[in-house]
Design a protein around this ligand. Sequence first.
Ligand SMILES: NC(=O)c1ccc[n+]([C@@H]2O[C@H](COP(=O)([O-])OP(=O)(O)OC[C@H]3O[C@@H](n4cnc5c(N)ncnc54)[C@H](OP(=O)(O)O)[C@@H]3O)[C@@H](O)[C@H]2O)c1
Length: 278
Amino acid sequence: MSEAGSHITPRSLAGKTALVTGASRGLGLAIAEALVERDVRVAMLARAGDSDPGEATNKTGKLAEEAARLGERASAIQADVADPDSVRSAFAEAAKLFDGRLDILVINAGVAELARVEDLADHELTAQLDTNLLGAMYCCREAVPLLRAAKGGQVVMISSTTVNDPYPWMTVYAATKAALENYAVSLRRELAEQGTRVTVLRCGPAWTNFNASWDPERAQVAYQEWEAGGYPGWAGAMDPAIVGLTVARTLELPEQACAELLEIDPTAAAPTEPASRT
Ligand SMILES: NC(=O)c1ccc[n+]([C@@H]2O[C@H](COP(=O)([O-])OP(=O)(O)OC[C@H]3O[C@@H](n4cnc5c(N)ncnc54)[C@H](OP(=O)(O)O)[C@@H]3O)[C@@H](O)[C@H]2O)c1
């Protein structure tokens, strides 16, 4: 083995094509931004995106606005990952946009409901399974031939550190992420022959609107219980751009290696308030 070092350089992503789910705000938007900065053509997928999930706003606004802000390399594709027909149409649109190939798929769209098991409404339970798990599966199913056409490509799945240490109040969410990680392992094995690399990125807390729709009273009780139980909670959280940078750097790894499982957590230096929430 020769000395480790400078003969290994990051792979250029310039000219590659990517589809990022849940890209109208939060981590997905930060990932799309990091890719556009590296001259990647990015299809940004979301249902449409309220400007603020708490407000009734123009439903087509946020996603289109953000894609326009990122410039000509970014395109908005309006779709619901929980609906297989919507996913089929979205990938057909992406295939047209990218001449039938896809180099990068980022499975990021996700939702979490905060409730005790006995209090979860049917729609709260199914929304998490349909978006976080089935949504990922619908997207991967459509992406496989496009990745193959790109001579391999890469898939990044955004998971959560709740998988390590499943929280009370987020039982279904943590279960969907654990199942997603399991799916990622068999997907990696299944697609190894076509040269597709699959990475799981387990994220700790980041400042996004992820918890904006949580009922404040429930949240207060949950936070107290998490603190008492020693769960990480939300004392400090990362800037979403850090997650964008992590994904981009991972995609820049040369083809001879696959980062199979990464974890990123806030340190004591992480901000205790968001700079701004996108
Ligand atoms: N923030 C954190 O602390 C944290 C920590 C660990 C893991 N994560 C994971 O990171 C991912 C992104 O979360 P975030 O914090 O960025 O949340 P966020 O700010 O709420 O953003 C979620 C994104 O997903 C989209 N989305 C939700 N449901 C969708 C659906 N059915 N179809 C298409 N798009 C959908 C949303 O747009 P529309 O509503 O317009 O569809 C939005 O663009 C999630 O998978 C989450 O589990 C987050």
